[in-house]
Ligand binder design. Structure first.
Ligand code: TEU
Length: 539
């Protein structure tokens, strides 16, 4: 058994978590101030979004020095203090490894772009123009071509993200060695592991327009294991947007010595039009969600391990996205928590999810910070989309929704900063905040705390077999967990309408493990589920 198989991970987006020096930007000292809160929640480890030196073209996912702390976030001493203070609370720190690309201010790229024969030239992907144009039709995730022309040397360089995030050339073993050296620097500091940003892209073959799952990707990851993580008992989770269960096994089958687990996004894509972008919205089909999550619960077997998440810093807030952030705010937030946290795998909680933080809709692009949304806005405006339609997409799927400051209390700026916040605070902080949650034993926070306790106290949650229950109404997501002689049933009404359930062979059950409607018994002979009702019972 590995420690990360019984763990619950909390993701902190440092820029928006807690500001300690009044500059309106979250920082490391602020996170240290909030460790007691995270210990109370009961989490095992904190995944820190990048804290390294960066010009913040993509809010820290554009790194200019992997072994220095971003000036706005504090110092290396603060980082050492955070690792130490977390360790005293038995909380590990998981770093965000962003090595598909660097910032264009990284010294490697500053050198590389100086001339074609610079020793660092081959750290990046440079190609001659073809007929005076880009080398090929590869696109950036942040709109436009993935190639940017460099006047100095008359060549194009590759950037799958912003123009200021040039892709590293992993075919160059010097690049890989630099990455291993940097990882070992952080492992020697005692970090608990790494989340690996778009790690499926590092095997890219640009001349064949191959980006994800390239031919040498797993060779590189096995080399990484030998050179760095294999010597430590750490958690490694790869961000792999295109993973299927078969691909996921290639990363996380323990026999392959690569990663502990991956973030797969198949469920996340269920509300976008097939073959289009996340901005092209379609209603979620609950049946599709049931099929996808059940498939992942059973397909990995002992050749891998699931991560479990609804939220992260790139995704809209789940209670607004697929729940109900008005009439049934608390009920639906708890439903998502119960449904996910009693599944098999390692759950991830994104900051603010544990108090039901919601999206924050804007009425003009000037209110948006995120480069992905801003670039898409201008690209779609230029090809004729209506402003209203583009803003509707951004309000539904834009990444700023997840990046509004953490809502600590009902005081100015929600207690996030005494200065002016770098991004607007959601005005609903007056009712949705940590302090109010801690004062209410029936709050979303205490639902999460209880679910984390259940995982720690009951092997069935970590190891139990998963079985979907299909003969239920479409909007009801019901599954069983079975371990030794125990069977738990988890039921979630994924909608605002009451619905009835009849499973006579389960009969009357009085042993309710957790419920978001204070239910003390369940009669499966004739059961009416309330809007967004969720519970778990011992069958
Ligand atoms: O995200 C990978 C990525 O492709 C996302 O940007 C996603 O495609 C998009 O946001 C749709 O949700 C990782 C990081 O999580 C993200 O914050 C970075 O912007 C990106 O890589 C580049 O480092």
């Amino acid at each position: 058994m590995k420690w990360w198989q019984t763990a619950v991970i909390y993701q902190v987006y440092p820029r928006s978590f807690q500001d300690s020096d009044g500059d309106g930007i979250g920082d490391l000292k602020g996170i240290i101030q909030r460790l007691d809160y995270l210990e109370k929640l009961g989490i095992t480890a904190i995944w820190l979004s990048p804290v390294f030196q960066s010009p913040n073209d993509d809010n820290g996912y554009d790194i200019s020095d992997y072994q220095a702390i971003m000036t706005e976030f504090g110092t290396m001493d603060d980082m050492d203090e955070l690792i130490e203070q977390a360790d005293q609370r038995n909380i590990k720190i998981i770093m965000d490894l962003v090595v598909n690309h660097t910032s264009d201010e990284h010294k490697w790229f500053v050198e590389s772009r100086k001339s074609k024969d610079n020793p660092y030239r081959d750290y990046y992907v440079w190609r001659d123009p073809i007929n005076g144009e880009e080398p090929n039709s590869m696109r950036s995730t942040f709109s436009g071509s993935a190639w940017d022309y460099d006047e100095e040397s008359g060549q194009y360089f590759l950037h799958l993200f912003s123009k200021r995030q040039p892709d590293l050339n992993w075919e160059n073993e010097k690049v890989r060695q630099e990455v291993w050296d940097m990882m070992n620097f952080w492992l020697h500091k005692g970090v608990g592991g790494f989340r690996m940003d778009v790690i499926d892209l590092v095997g890219k073959i640009p001349d064949e327009e191959i980006t994800g799952n390239g031919p040498k990707l797993h060779d590189y990851l096995q080399e990484m294991y030998r050179e760095t993580i294999g010597k430590y008992d750490v958690l490694t989770v790869g961000e792999t947007w295109g993973a299927t269960p078969e691909i996921a096994k290639l990363y996380s089958d323990p026999k392959r010595n690569e990663l502990s687990m991956v973030f797969q996004f198949e469920h996340i894509g269920l509300d976008q039009e097939n073959g289009k972008e996340k901005w092209d919205l379609k209603a979620l089909e609950v049946n599709e969600l049931k099929q996808v999550l059940s498939k992942w619960q059973t397909a990995l077997g002992n050749e891998g391990w699931n991560s479990l998440f609804w939220n992260n810093h790139d995704l809209p807030r789940i209670v607004s996205r697929w729940g109900n952030d008005s009439t049934y705010h608390a009920e639906s937030a708890k439903m998502f928590a119960i449904l996910l946290h009693l599944m098999k795998g390692t759950p991830y909680i994104y900051q603010g999810e544990e108090i039901g933080m919601t999206n924050y809709p804007v009425s003009d692009i000037s209110e948006i910070n995120d480069i992905e949304s801003v670039n898409m806005y201008h690209e779609r405006l230029a090809i004729g989309y209506e402003k209203k339609e583009i803003l509707a997409s951004i309000n539904a799927k834009g990444r700023d929704n997840a990046r509004t400051p953490m809502q600590w209390e009902n005081t100015e700026n929600a207690g996030f900063t005494t200065g002016s916040p770098w991004l607007h605070v959601n005005p609903n902080y007056r009712g949705i905040n940590v302090k109010a949650n801690l004062a209410d034993s029936n709050s979303i926070f205490f639902c999460y705390q209880r679910l984390i306790e259940l995982r720690k106290e009951n092997p069935i949650v970590v190891w139990g077999d998963f079985e979907l229950v299909s003969d239920v109404p479409e909007q009801v997501f019901m599954y069983l967990r079975k371990y030794e002689d125990d069977t738990w049933a988890v039921v979630a009404n994924f909608g605002a309408e009451e619905t009835t359930l009849r499973l006579p062979d389960l009969g009357q059950i009085d042993d309710v493990i957790i419920s978001n409607y204070e239910r003390t018994s369940v009669n499966f002979n004739q059961l009416t589920l309330n809007p967004y009702e969720a519970f778990a019972v011992k069958v």
